[in-house]
Structures are given as structure tokens and as C-alpha cells.
Design a binder for this molecule. Structure first.
Ligand code: ADP
Ligand code: MG
Length: 473
């Protein structure tokens, strides 16, 4: 963490975000936000009421696989702009039609000066080199995306170009990393006066952003960035912790991890993420199960009880089972398995049949699968705890959070894994207590809250801050 604040090119990127304040819940207005995660594209409008509450309207579409690896970035960004257009027509048609009329009477020049234009926060959850509040070039794709001509380009410009091609009344005001959005959203909605210290994502990928003392971000001095507000003495830093220890000096490793990595689109990169996040846990499990079924010494799906407790006499695996397909198993499967406490593990056996075409698995088979799931899930949660604890420890002495009236360290989290995997937070807390610098007392002071719709509200809040700053100039 320390190295990354001083120089560029370290494995923990520690990217300055140019966001220098966290909200306090009094902010107001109507904003747009879009979120390109890894699996879905969300469009939403957010009405901030100024009393820590907001109303949100949203739509969500799955990103077609072929667009993730499209030949040109225009195909992907054109698709995104089209979704924004659909959203405006569905939910803000009056506003949209009024803009079209003004445009018809006043010509296209009206667009930029139009006060009725929507300020949009663009949550883009891939590593970018951010050089201003709405400027950032793509460093590399992650999470299975691979569109060559986008690398090195300003992603806000790519989106704005497609928005303009459709003549939408929308200005891309802020480029938002989902972790920063989560941090902002949690800070707006969290109870009490304590600002949030850390926003963390455990979804398709994993990453964290935290409040750092500005004077510690010494590499800013040598970077050509746009102007930013220095008055708060703080800046939100995007760690990009997914690439922690790409050199594999401390991370745990198994044959399933290393094979998954070798056969991924970005071998040797995002090594921490590949052991923690939703995109990968299902695939680790698939590889472990497959290896056991192929190992003659192992009895997975072939022990003496297999099949006996169902109508057929042996367990069968369908020829086209997802067990044989790379990325065939979703991490949601692990959540189902981990939640089954029925005596004969009926839910697991049913799910094995439904999702994997494994018919008539025995209770022993289900127990074995549950052991694997628990190991993979627990390792993910404990590694997550390491990353979060590191930030709590590293900022403990110089970022003023907690210590106040409620003496808490507030953390906002988001992502399907932390939201739906049973006991994920409990396992994180268990690990916190084992970290000597945190211990039982420290763990109690840490408050973790799901920042539901985090990226939407957070992006709106950053668009608000950015639009206000633009007005001042
Ligand atoms: P994004 O990362 O696109 O913002 P999410 O936070 O919803 O979206 O994360 C999607 C990831 O979470 C996928 O990798 C998926 O496999 C995983 N996932 C979806 N549902 C569950 C679940 N019930 N339990 C655990 N992981 C899940
Ligand atoms: Mg997300």
C-alpha cells in the first residue's frame, strides 16, 4: 500500500480518484448513473432527498458475451448508449421529449448549454488510469472482457461519443470506480456522523477504495493531473487490490488455482481476485470436483452409496454436464451448497442434478462437495478480511475515522458474493479477530454495511460533486 502511494507501476496500483470528500447525507438533486460491472449493465436515475435517503429507478441487462470480446469498442459502448436511450424513454420520457423539442427549435448547439441535461456518473469497474474527474484511460480489461482497441482510450469519451450519436441529453460528468461509488453511497446513507473509511466490492471481481490523507499520496506531485480540491486534506484512493501479490509470494496456491489462471484470458494478473471473487469461485470448485471424479483413488460420485438411495443403481454424470465446461459453474451454486443444513443434504443433491447433470448422488457425495465449497468460500472470506484489515491498520493512525461519539470504523460493501454467500461476513469477522493489530476489541468497532445500490447512488453523488466543481470553474 505504501509503495503504491509513492510511485506508479506497483502491483497494488493505489490509483488517486480526484474525489476529495465523502458526502454527509444532505446532498440533493436528480442524477443519472450507469454501471458496467462485469456481468450486468445497470442504468438508473437517483433522486437525492438531502436527508440521507434517496429514490432510485433502475433497469438492468446482462451484457451479451459476444460484446465482452467484441472486435471494436464501438460495439460495446454503442450497446450501452442504446440502453441509456431505452431507459430515458421508459422512465423520463417527458424530460427526454422536451429536450428533443428544444433541440429541434434551437439546433444541436443547445445540447451542451442545456440546464436540463442529465449529469451522469459512469461506474466503470475495470482498472483505469484516472487523470481527472471524468477522464480516464483503460489500463487493461479484467473479468473475461477483451476488446483490444479500447485499451489506452478514455472510456468517458468512448461513452459520450455513442451518447452524442443518439442525441441524448446526457453529460458524462464523472468516471466512477464501483468501489469509490460504494464508499460514497455508504457514507451518504450510513447512520451517525462517522464518515465511511472503506468501500469494498465482492462481486464478479473484488476491489477496495479508502479515504487516505492527501499528503500521503506523494506520487500525485509527479503526476500531470487536472486540478482538484485540496481543502479537505483527503483523497479517496482506489487500491485495485485484485492484483495484490501477482508475483505469488504469499497467496495460497492449489493446482486448481494455477490451472484456472493458465487458462484465463489474463494469466499472471489479478491473482488475489482469482482466489476471492464471484467470477472464479465456481470455476475453482468445478476444477476440484472434476479432478476428484477423474482420480481413480477418489470415490466422488462413485462410492458404494452412490445411486443406492435413489431410483437408479449408480450415479451418472450427463455427457454435456457443466462439470466439463470452463466457467460452467456459477458461484451462486456455492451459496446454495453452503446453505444446505438438511440431514441428508437433499438440496445439494437436487442442485447437483439440476445444475451439473449429476443424477442420484449420495449423501456422502454431497458431504464431499460441501467440504470443498466450505474450503473455497472460507478461503475467499479470509483473504477478503486480510485486504480490509490492512486498510484499517494502515489508516488507523492518520485518517480521522472512528474515535468520535460512536467510535466505529465504518465499511461499506457491495457485490453478490458478500450479499448472498451464507456467513461471508461472519467468516470475515472471525479472521479480523485473529489479526493481532485488530483483535476482539477492534473487530467490535468495525461496522460493515451493505451499500445496496451502492454504485448507482455513489455515482450520482460523484456526478453531483463533479458538476458543482465544474460550475465553480
Ligand atoms: P457485478 O460484479 O457485475 O457488479 P454482482 O455483484 O451481482 O455483479 O456479482 C456477480 C457475480 O456474483 C458473478 O460472478 C456471480 O457468479 C456471483 N453470484 C451471483 N449470485 C450469487 C450468489 N447467490 N452467491 C454467490 N455468488 C453469486
Ligand atoms: Mg457491482
Amino acid at each position: 500500500m505504501h509503495d503504491g502511494l509513492q510511485e506508479t507501476g506497483t502491483t497494488l496500483s493505489q490509483i488517486p480518484t480526484y474525489v476529495t470528500a465523502v458526502p454527509n447525507g444532505t446532498e440533493k438533486g436528480l442524477y443519472l448513473a450507469v454501471d458496467l460491472g462485469g456481468t450486468n449493465f445497470r442504468v438508473c436515475s437517483i433522486q437525492l432527498h438531502g436527508n440521507t435517503t434517496f429514490s432510485l429507478t433502475q433497469s438492468k441487462v446482462a451484457i451479451p458475451r459476444e460484446l465482452m470480446v467484441a472486435k471494436t469498442s464501438q460495439e460495446l459502448f454503442g450497446f450501452l448508449a442504446k440502453q441509456i436511450e431505452n431507459f430515458l424513454k421508459t422512465h423520463h420520457d417527458e424530460h427526454y421529449q422536451a429536450h428533443l423539442e428544444r433541440r429541434n427549435t434551437m439546433g444541436s448547439q443547445v445540447a451542451l448549454a442545456d440546464a436540463e441535461i442529465f449529469q451522469l456518473g459512469f461506474t466503470f469497474s475495470f482498472p483505469v488510469n484516472q487523470i481527472g474527474i471524468n477522464t480516464g484511460t483503460l489500463l487493461r480489461w479484467t473479468k473475461g472482457f477483451d476488446i483490444n482497441d479500447a485499451v489506452g482510450k478514455d472510456v468517458c469519451e468512448l461513452l459520450q461519443a455513442e451518447i452524442d450519436a443518439l442525441h441524448l441529453p446526457v453529460h458524462v460528468a464523472a468516471l466512477v470506480n464501483d468501489t469509490v461509488g460504494t464508499l460514497m453511497a455508504r457514507s451518504y446513507t450510513s447512520p451517525g456522523k462517522t464518515g465511511t473509511l472503506l468501500g469494498a466490492i465482492f462481486g464478479t471481481g473484488t476491489n477496495g477504495a479508502y479515504v487516505e490523507k492527501l499528503s500521503k499520496v506523494t506520487k500525485l506531485e509527479s503526476m500531470k493531473g487536472s486540478d482538484y480540491d485540496k481543502s479537505t486534506g483527503e483523497m479517496i484512493v482506489n487500491t485495485e487490490w485484485g492484483s495484490f501479490d501477482n508475483h505469488m509470494t504469499v497467496l495460497p496456491d492449489t493446482p486448481y488455482d494455477s490451472d484456472l489462471d493458465k487458462e484465463s484470458v489474463n494469466p499472471g494478473i489479478q491473482m488475489f481476485e482469482k482466489r476471492v471473487s464471484g467470477m472464479f469461485l465456481g470455476e475453482i470448485l468445478r476444477r476440484a470436483m472434476l479432478a476428484l471424479t477423474q482420480n481413480p483413488k477418489s470415490k466422488l460420485f462413485s462410492d458404494e452409496h452412490s445411486g443406492k438411495n435413489e431410483l437408479q443403481s449408480t450415479t451418472t454424470i450427463a455427457e454435456d454436464s457443466a462439470l466439463y465446461k470452463q466457467w460452467g459453474l456459477d458461484t451462486a451454486f456455492l451459496s446454495i451448497v453452503a446453505a444446505d443444513f438438511t440431514p441428508d443434504l437433499r438440496v445439494i443433491r437436487l442442485t447437483l442434478a439440476r445444475d451439473l447433470g449429476v443424477d442420484a448422488a449420495s449423501t456422502e457425495d454431497a458431504e464431499a462437495v460441501k467440504l470443498l465449497v466450505n474450503a473455497i468460500g472460507k478461503r475467499s472470506a479470509r483473504l477478503s478480511a486480510v485486504a480490509m484489515a490492512a486498510i484499517v491498520i494502515a489508516t488507523g493512525n492518520h485518517v480521522s475515522r472512528g474515535g468520535g461519539e460512536d467510535d466505529v470504523v465504518d465499511i461499506g460493501v457491495d457485490g453478490s458474493l458478500v450479499e448472498f454467500y451464507p456467513g461471508f461476513e461472519d467468516m470475515i469477522r472471525e479472521a479480523f479477530r485473529e489479526v493481532p493489530e485488530i483483535g476482539e476489541a477492534g473487530e467490535k468497532r468495525i461496522r460493515i454495511g451493505i451499500a445496496k445500490d451502492g454504485s448507482g447512488v455513489g455515482a450520482a453523488l460523484i456526478a453531483l460533486v463533479a458538476a458543482q466543481a465544474e460550475k465553480k470553474v
